[in-house]
Unconditional design. Structure first.
Length: 260
């Protein structure tokens, strides 16, 4: 499993929290000190909590389950999209669609609508529409792609959420909590860590900090995916071996049966 390095976290500025007047008292266990009116996160605790989160994420993905990444703030969007795409995991980096989790059936209908438009363009149906209708359909397709394109392949609810900034993504957090979906999150000093099962205390405002944490998380998920692939290949080989052994047993018994 990928391990967090305190030195790397320090260089990435993960330790910088918010101004002390904006702090959430529930973050006290993760705060090292106050400096120039800013809370400094205890990176030793960050490293421990990050390792715990990575271990859990590795287990989830090794079981073939999906993790939905959520980050709509400017500093995090591109970073999260990059890592999630590399991992082939669903992600939301535009506006969170209300009911994304609690009304998942409706969201899936919207995704199917997007796929239907694509099918229309392939089979020529799109060209039979008037110019005005084609323009309307194109606009609808673009809007759906912007909001739902990154989850088009997510056919069932995710097994976990990874969130950057639980205050900004409070609707996503609320929906996940309602459905009992575990939440992994980078939690800054102004947030309430009690809302999250796997707290990663740290700076959720700087892209460098977010990138550092996600690089470690990504490595762990890759290990989980590799384990999943190895387990599937092993099962396939064992299945082929059992089939071959059964065929061999059958062949060895056939002459005797014929003699009888």
């Amino acid at each position: 499993m990928a391990k967090a390095n305190v030195k790397d976290l320090l260089e990435a500025g993960v330790h910088f929290g918010h101004m002390t007047r904006k702090w959430n008292p529930n973050m006290a266990p993760y705060i090292f000190m106050e400096k120039n009116g800013i809370h400094i996160v205890d990176l030793h605790k960050t490293a421990v909590k990050l390792d715990e989160a990575c271990s859990a994420l590795e287990k989830i993905t090794s079981a073939g389950k999906k993790v939905l990444f959520v980050a709509t703030k400017k500093q995090a969007k591109e970073v999260v999209a990059k890592y999630a795409a590399e991992l082939n995991m669903p992600y939301i980096t535009e506006r969170w669609p209300g009911g994304m989790l609690t009304n998942f059936v409706t969201i899936r209908k919207a995704v199917k609508k997007m796929n239907h438009i694509d099918k229309m363009k392939k089979d020529g149906t799109f060209e039979t529409l008037s110019k005005k209708e084609r323009l309307q359909v194109d606009r609808q397709r673009a809007n759906l792609e912007k909001n739902l394109g990154s989850i088009a392949d997510m056919v069932r609810l995710p097994s976990a959420l990874f969130v950057v900034d639980i205050m900004k993504e409070h609707i996503a957090v609320t929906e996940a909590k309602k459905l009992g979906i575990p939440i992994f999150a980078i939690v800054d000093t102004n947030s309430d860590p009690r809302k999250v099962e796997y707290v990663i205390p740290g700076n959720d405002d700087a892209s460098k900090s977010i990138d550092m944490i996600l690089s470690v998380v990504s490595d762990s998920i890759k290990e989980g995916l590799s384990q999943r692939k190895a387990d599937k290949e092993k099962s396939k080989e064992e299945g082929e071996k059992v089939s071959a052994d059964a065929d061999a047993d059958f062949d060895s018994e056939t002459p005797a049966t014929a003699a009888e």
